[in-house]
Structure formats: C-alpha cells, structure tokens
Design a binder for this molecule. Structure first.
Ligand code: C2E
Ligand code: CA
Ligand code: CA
Length: 662
C-alpha cells in the first residue's frame, strides 16, 4: 500500500479524464440499443403477424377461385342435365349455381385490387354473358328445340364457360403460389423472430455488462480523484486521515505504534516566488517521489496541500520516526534539479507517536486527527529549534495552536494595515544628541493588542510573500523621515532587515525606488543586519551590501557578539556601525566576562573605523561604564523606549526642555 506517485496512479488519472465522457456515451448507447431492440421486436413480430394475415388472405382467395370454378362446373352440369331430364329441380339447381357464382365473384371483387380487380371484373362480365346465353339455351329446350339448344350450347355457351373455367383455374393457381409465398415469408419471419429475440437479448446483456464495467471504472476514477492529489498522485488529506484512523484502530488491537510525521519545507515558498509556479510544482513532484521512495510498503506519504506533506508509518514508534526523519532530511538536502539549477531544501519534521505504553509526559492521542495535530505542533517546535526534527511533547502545542490562528490573522494584518512602527532614539554617548531612531515594527492586533516583533516576525517572513514585511516597514519608515524633513527636522532612521529580505538581487533596486518615491536622501536611511544574516551567504551579502552602500545607504551590524563573524570578514564589509548586543551590555556591570566582551567589541569597531553602538542600556551605571569604555552611541530604555511617532516628537521636545538648564 506504499503510496508513491507510481505509474498505476498516473494511469488512474488518465482513465479519469476520458471515463466521464465514456460513461455518458455508454448510457446513451445502451438506451439507443434497448430502444432499437424493442422497436425491432415490435416491427418483426408485427411483420410476422402481417405475413400470416396476408397468407391467410391469399389462402381464402384461392378457396374462392376454387369455389367459383366448382360453381361453373355445377352450372354446366345442371344445364346439360335439364336438357335430358327437363326436371324443374335441375333448372333450380342451375340458377342456384349461377347465384352462388355471382356471390363468389363479388366476394372476389371485394378482395381484389389493381390487376386482380380488372380480372374479376372480366370474369363477372363473362358470367353475365354466360347467363344470357344459358337463358337462351333454356328457352330453346323449353321450346322443344333440343337440337338448336345443343347447337347454341356448343357454339356460344361452351366457349364462354371454358373461358370462365380456364381463367378461374389460372387465377386459382397463381393465387395458390402467392399464398404459399406469403406463408413462406411469414414462417421465415417467425423463424427470425424466434432467433432474433434471444440474440438481441444476449446482445443487450453484453452491452449492459460492458457498460457497468465502464461505469465501475469511471466511479473508481472519480473516487481516486477525490482521494488523491492531482499534482503528485499522492493520497490527499482525506485519504491520509482515513488511513491514519484505520491504522490507529488496528494498533489498539495489535499493540503497534503508528507514527505521523509532518515535514515543513522551509525554503519552498522562496523557490516558488523566485523560479515561478511551474518549477515550484516540479519541485513538489520531486519531493513527493524522493520521500515516497524512503518509506516501507504499508506506510503512507500524502500531500495535504501547498507544500504540506505528511507521512504515516504503520508501526515502529518514536525510534522508527527518528530514523525515517533522518533519512528524509538527508534526502531533501540533496540538491533538486530545477531546469538545470540545483536547489536544496531545508526541512523541519514534526513526529507524533501513538505509543502503546504512554510515558507520563506523553499521553497517547485519542484519534488520528489529534495525532496529526501533535505532529504539526512538533513540526513548529522543530522549526523554532532548528533541530531538523522534533517529537511531540504534551504541553508544547499550546503555543502552536495560537501560532496557527495567528498565521491566518497575519495575512489580514497586511491587508488591513495593522502593522505600525515604533521608534527608539539613538543618542550620542558624549553629549546626548539624538542621532537618529531605530524603527521597530509592532502589530496592532484587533483583539490581542500591540504585539512585539518576536510574536510574528518569523511567521511573517516564512509565510508571506518575500519582502512584504520589509517593504511595509521601509515604506512607513520613509514616510516618517519625509514628515520630519517637511518640518525641517531631518532624522536618520534605521530599519531591521532579515536574511530573507536582504539576500535578494533585486533588494537594492527596490530600496532605491522607495527612496525616490518618498524623496528621501539615501544618507537618512540606515539598514541593520545581523551577523547571522551576513554569514548565511557571505558572498551574496557582500555584493548586496556593497551595492547599498554605493547608493549612500548606511549599514549597521546588529546584535554584534552573538554570531561568529570573523575579524577578517568584518574588515571587507562596507559597514558604518557595530551594535553590541544588549545581552552583553546588560551584564557588563555585574559580569566581568561581559564587560571584557563589550570592551573588545568597542576596540574592534574603532580599529575598523566604525562607530560603536551599545544597545539595551537600562540604567545610569551602565551608561557611565559605556562612556568610560569610549562607546559612541547608546540606545536603551534608560534613554528612551521605542515610541509611536507622535510620542517621539513630544519626547524630543521634553528632552530639549530638560537639557536646557544643564
Ligand atoms: P533588535 O534589532 O535588537 O531591536 C532592539 C530590541 O531591543 C527591540 O525589541 C527593543 O524594544 C529592545 N530594547 C531596546 N532598548 C532596550 C532595553 O534597554 N532593554 C531591553 N531589554 N530591551 C531593549 P523589539 O522591538 O521587541 O524587537 C525585537 C527584535 O525584533 C529586534 O531586535 C529586531 O531583531 C526584530 N525587529 C524589530 N523590528 C523589525 C523589523 O521591522 N524587521 C525585522 N526584520 N526585524 C525587526
Ligand atoms: Ca536592530
Ligand atoms: Ca540588536
């Protein structure tokens, strides 16, 4: 039951495309066939009965001709007999025969049509003549002219009578053969009907069986489509959930330990944005086949939608989960070929096990849906910890549920313009002059109030289109600078840009366009990037930073001391400022180590010709210590908290008043 995008699956898809039409045509075909068979049956049975009727009619006509011939003979016989006997009974019999022949001829006339009718009319006329002549014969007999009567009979009556008899015989014979023909046709039709009916029945049966096959195949194809992902051919969410439910039910009987795993493909969205959707789809298909190849028969790999995949291992517990996760991570790190470009994917995998013997901290999930939820929660933890994979731990998902809800709301935050900037002053250590501000983003959440960046930055960067956050922040920061410029109060502003925002070839051009749009000189924009961002791709970072610096933009290395950028590297970076991380600043008055670190960071910066900023200055004592170490700029709650723009204006005014008496 291994579920890979194999040949049979894609064949299943092909079937689906044509079967809908086939099913329709087959029903139409069957309907027509049944109709044809019934019409054929009706026509042929009516043909048979018509044929029989015709044959019967022909036989009856033959009888009439025979009868007529018989009456002609009687007429003749009775006339001859009367000449000999002179008995009135013979005369009566003669005229009865005459009447009978008339009746028979009119019966024939009623039946005959066309040529037949003409012939009968001829017979009727001949009989009329015959009757006239026999009347004269009778008269001569009654007049005692026996010889003359015989002469008349021989010369006139007999030729007419013979003509009548011969014609009647001829007609009788031809009628006989046509009735025999009609009978043959009728019996042939009867025969046909006898064979035709079972043959038509069998044919219909064959069609019905064929049709039901097609329909069954069609139904199977439709069902297949409903349960599989069209792109990869993998089971979809519905089928996955169904299989998970089955496997869990079976596990409760057998004591197996099914595992659900959810991988997250960290850079997929970026690939999709950069290369385009076709390559994105191509990548998903490659991922599907790689992952499918790594699981055993009986395990399921599914695509739940977008770049979300899921795995179901029928048994094996958390160990099997870890092993499979290791294999999958390794397989995904191998570069994928996208139209000749090698692309690697980093994945984070969440693992949840339906353990047969739950440990105290890990209650077994009640159902498949919960197991999937647990895997999802573990995936977020793996992502946050950058640990590759993580097992579900009870209690860890509280945050994750909030996380998912937040994700949906975050998409709206952009559309509803819920992101705002607060500004924190950067102050000269020696004279307290405000040198600029740092823009720090916040989310004015409709329900939860003002959210700090830590609550949503990573989510925004990893789920919204690339640069969307950076674009919004830069736009708002430049609006602020423009506003200050309009008041005649130029104020440099620093924005924070993450790796995702910075490491894009087009980034400098976008910034240039935004500066131009707001009419802000590049010198008033500072960009803060962390050591980590630079080290993610040093060559690319160097190229982009050089371009930005060339435009006149100032650059800061943020959170200095937390990363591991080498002195050699810092030397070649076109940066203006080092910001010593606040964790060291915070500890410097109590922790000797932190103090040494701050001291060496300041010295290093100065040696490279950079301005050194200390962030997170929370008290007077720290400020004094920093001044003594020769720090250039200070930033922190002690000097000023991040503030909404209107509060910042007020802060600057108040500060000027306080500063005046000094
Ligand atoms: P960061 O760049 O190091 O920003 C300074 C952080 O330290 C701010 O937190 C600020 O409120 C806080 N802070 C300032 N003075 C003090 C102090 O005296 N004591 C203490 N304990 N903290 C102080 P915030 O605003 O929560 O920002 C946190 C981080 O979020 C920032 O660290 C920065 O890395 C990131 N961030 C903020 N805005 C943006 C943005 O627009 N884009 C990106 N990519 N990241 C941002
Ligand atoms: Ca910063
Ligand atoms: Ca910092």
């Amino acid at each position: 039951m291994r579920s890979g995008p194999d040949a049979s699956l894609s064949a299943g898809r092909r079937v689906t495309g044509s079967t809908a039409g086939m099913g329709r045509w087959a029903s139409v075909g069957l309907g027509s066939l049944l109709l044809a068979v019934s019409i054929g049956g009706i026509v042929s049975s009516s043909q048979v009965s018509n044929g029989i009727e015709r044959a019967e009619g022909a036989v009856a006509t033959t009888d009439l001709y025979q009868q007529a011939g018989y009456f002609v003979a009687i007429e003749d016989a009775e006339l001859n007999s009367y000449r000999i006997t002179l008995l009135p009974a013979d005369l009566t019999a003669h005229s009865t025969a005459e009447d009978s022949l008339d009746a028979t001829l009119s019966a024939l006339a009623a039946k005959a049509d066309g040529a037949g009718a003409l012939q009968v009319a001829g017979l009727v006329a001949a009989h009329r003549r015959y009757k006239d002549l026999s009347q004269q014969v009778v008269k001569r007999i009654d007049g005692g002219q026996i010889f003359q009567s015989s002469e008349l009979e021989t010369d006139a009556v007999e030729p007419v009578r013979d003509m009548l008899a011969v014609h009647l015989k001829k007609l009788e014979t031809s009628q006989q053969s046509s009735s025999a023909r009609a009978l043959r046709v009728a019996s042939l039709n009867g025969e046909r009907l006898r064979w035709g009916t079972p043959i038509a029945f069998a044919l219909t049966l064959v069609v019905i069986v064929g049709l039901s096959r097609v329909t069954r195949r069609h139904r199977r194809a439709v069902r297949y489509q409903a349960l599989h992902d069209a792109l990869t051919g993998l089971p979809n969410r519905m089928l996955f959930a169904d299989r998970a439910a089955h496997v869990m039910a079976a596990a409760r009987r057998t004591g197996a330990e099914p595992v659900v795993m959810m991988p997250d493909l960290a850079r997929f969205q970026e690939v999709n944005d950069t290369f385009g959707q076709r390559q994105g789809d191509d990548l998903l298909v490659q991922v599907a086949s790689r992952v499918s190849a790594l699981v055993r028969a009986g395990d399921t790999v599914a695509r739940l939608g977008g770049d979300k995949f899921a795995l179901l291992l029928a048994d094996g517990g958390s160990n099997a989960g870890s092993e499979a996760a290791g294999r999958i991570l390794a397989a995904l790190e191998e570069p994928f070929d996208l139209d000749g470009t090698a692309v690697g994917l980093e994945a984070s995998i969440g693992i949840a096990t339906a353990a047969s013997e739950p440990s105290p901290e890990n209650a077994p999930p009640d159902d498949a849906a919960q197991l999937m939820q647990h895997a999802d929660a573990a995936m977020y933890r793996a992502k946050a910890d950058r640990s590759g994979y993580a097992h579900y731990l009870a209690g860890a998902d509280q945050r994750t549920h909030g996380h998912l809800a937040l994700l949906a709301q975050l998409r709206q935050a952009f559309d509803h313009d819920e992101l705002v900037l607060h500004f924190q002053p950067k102050v000269a250590a020696d004279n307290g002059e405000v040198l600029g501000v740092e823009a720090l983003v916040r989310w004015q959440h409709p329900v939860r109030g003002l959210l700090p960046p830590i609550a949503f930055i990573e989510l925004a960067e990893s789920t919204t289109p690339i640069h969307r956050l950076t674009t919004v922040v830069v736009d708002k920061a430049l609006t602020f600078v423009r506003y200050r410029l309009d008041q005649g109060l130029p104020m440099p502003v620093a924005v924070n840009v993450s790796a995702r925002g910075l490491l894009d070839q087009a980034f400098p051009a976008k910034i240039a366009a935004q500066l131009a749009h707001h009419g802000v000189p590049a010198e008033l924009l500072w960009i803060e990037i962390t050591e980590g961002t630079i080290m993610a791709d040093p060559d690319k970072a160097l190229a982009i930073l050089t371009e930005l610096r060339g435009m006149g933009i100032r650059l800061s290395v943020d959170d200095f001391g937390t990363g591991y950028s080498s002195m050699a590297y810092l030397k070649v970076l076109p940066v203006d400022e080092l910001k010593v991380d606040r964790t060291f600043v915070k500890g410097m008055t109590t922790d000797e180590g932190d103090a040494v670190l701050v001291q060496s960071a300041i010295d290093l910066g100065h040696n490279l010709g950079l301005s050194v900023v200390a962030e997170g200055v929370e008290d007077d004592e720290t400020l004094v210590a920093l001044k003594n170490l020769g720090v250039d700029v200070v930033q922190g709650y002690f000097l000023g908290r991040p503030m909404a723009p209107e509060l910042l204006d007020q802060w600057i005014v108040d500060r000027a008043i306080v500063a005046l008496p000094r």
